[in-house]
Design a protein around this ligand. Structure first.
Ligand code: BTN
Length: 250
């Protein structure tokens, strides 16, 4: 397919991310190799959870990168790149104000999760050696299991069906563009923050370290990945999985 530099598509696969990781382990796949699937039998989500998606309905893709311009202390730059590629894709169909990024791995529309990111990095010395960037975006699925009550899809938020191959090409194009900007030294954090849920606005969360409900304002996201939240005038840094957002509280 001319739109991609290197493309492998499967009607069914265990997980595009797992395939990407195995490919790197046994060969030297070119940068920007895209692995996509109509269906994953063992789609991987965050912290060992499953990523469930009905056959042919959604966007499931992983991209192999060698972002050696990214310092090992700043791996979250890949989240800036990938999150913005997703928001940019969604902007083609949905008003900007409905789209948000929920730190660290979720993309929301109307406060419901439309996409999730799974980024696996390998480091060499002081830089990122390779990265498998997995994106799962709900597109034409309009019915989710009860436990996924906070899930949504492009179809559900816009009442339209989409061509998954076209979306895949567009998403890839956006990702490449943001990647190139980052490689050329552009900081993407400022744009990222404009989409960030809780940035510069009061939000409720459960602090898993202190085991307490709190209200705060996000004041920054560091390139390390840490979230900086101001609670009662005091700034505090949180690592992945130290915060649970309470999305539907005001
Ligand atoms: C999350 O839990 O929010 C992250 C979900 C990531 C899912 C995508 S789908 C394509 C790629 N392959 C996988 O097995 N997982 C990622």
């Amino acid at each position: 397919m001319a739109e991609f530099d290197h493309f492998k598509h499967f009607s069914s696969i265990s997980s595009t991310n797992r395939y990407g990781i195995e490919l790197i382990a046994k060969s030297n796949p070119p940068a920007f190799t895209v692995i996509s699937a109509d269906f994953q039998t063992e789609g991987v989500g965050q912290i060992g959870s499953e990523w469930v998606s009905i056959p042919g309905a959604n966007l499931l893709m992983s991209i192999i990168l060698y972002p050696d311009f990214i310092n090992a202390k700043e791996p979250f730059k890949l989240h800036f790149i990938t999150s913005l590629a997703c928001t940019e894709l969604l902007r083609q169909f949905i008003k900007d104000e409905r789209i948000q990024i929920k730190w660290p791995n979720d993309i929301l529309v109307d406060r419901k999760k439309i996409a999730g990111l799974l980024i696996k990095n390998t480091f060499s010395g002081n830089h990122v050696k390779n990265s498998v960037v997995g994106i799962g975006m709900n597109v034409n699925q309009d019915d989710f299991d009860k436990y996924l009550f906070n899930a949504t899809s492009l179809k559900m938020v816009s009442d339209k069906e989409y061509n998954i191959s076209d979306l895949r090409i567009d998403l890839y194009g956006h990702l490449k563009r943001f990647y190139n900007l980052a490689e050329n030294g552009k900081s993407l954090k400022e744009i990222y923050l404009t989409y960030l849920f809780g940035y510069d606005e009061d939000f409720s969360f459960f602090d898993l370290v202190d085991q307490e409900y709190k209200r705060g304002i996000i004041v920054d996201v560091l390139c390390t990945g840490e979230l900086v939240v101001e609670v009662e005038g005091v700034e505090r840094k949180y690592d992945f999985k130290q915060i649970k957002f309470l999305l539907n509280e005001e």
